[in-house]
Design a protein around this ligand. Structure first.
Ligand SMILES: [Zn+2]
Length: 219
């Protein structure tokens, strides 16, 4: 079990990694992880390179923040997702270029590629536009995330969740890659999509994908 200090370091590392991996620029995105009775979240308006563990805000589930800095202006959807999704331990929100571009058309990502199943279902939804930080945006995000681990936000960006910060960041990168491929496919028309039967088969395979039998390795 990580200490709160260790998790604060992980939040900072995740912020820097989302910029290094090209899914966010500047300080547009924000990151959170569950801790104790609430969660840790990035502060508002602070450059990731300038962040130290004491800057990370601790929030409780009443929406109250502890720490020297105000929490991210988008803390509300982090709060509401943690409140209703026991499976979510960490949230990464980015303004990645191609997912944001797709979201400006109010479009999610259909099953044009089997990897769409990485977000937990047959498609990735796009929540309707609402002002950043608003309850309306949060309500739309929670709905778009129903039975999914990621969604787009219209005219805005991406929310990716996971059982860890690593998982949430990897998913944010995957969604950006899918958005990039979908936009490329759209250049010659709306691509055909995989059937529900096929997507359900993929979803089933994903349940065990990557699980290796335990073997003794001679070093
Ligand atoms: Zn945002």
């Amino acid at each position: 079990m990580k200490t709160t200090y260790g998790l604060r370091l992980d939040v900072i590392e995740t912020c820097r990694a989302m910029n290094a991996r090209g899914v966010n620029t500047g300080k547009a995105g924000n990151v959170s992880v569950r801790v104790n009775e609430g969660y840790l979240i990035t502060p508002s308006g602070l450059a990731y390179d300038a962040m130290v563990p004491a800057h990370i805000c601790q929030m409780n589930m009443n929406g109250e923040s502890a720490g020297p800095l105000a929490p991210s202006s988008e803390w509300r959807f982090h709060h509401d997702i943690f409140a209703v999704r026991a499976d979510v331990q960490a949230i990464v929100h980015t303004h990645s270029t191609n997912a944001a571009a797709l979201s400006t058309h109010g479009r999610g990502i259909p099953a044009f590629h089997y990897m769409v199943a990485v977000a937990g279902g047959r498609d990735i939804a796009c929540a309707p536009y609402a002002t950043f930080g608003s309850q309306a945006l949060s309500d739309g995000a929670v709905k778009a995330l129903r039975e999914r681990k990621a969604c787009l936000l219209a005219h805005h960006g991406v929310i990716a969740t996971g059982a860890s910060l690593h998982e949430a960041l990897d998913l944010a990168c995957e969604v950006e890659q899918l958005a990039t491929m979908y936009l490329a496919a759209l250049r010659i028309g709306e691509p055909p999509v995989l059937s529900n039967v096929e997507m359900d088969r993929v979803l089933d395979k994903f349940k065990t994908y990557g699980q290796q039998p335990e073997v003794e390795v001679a070093l």
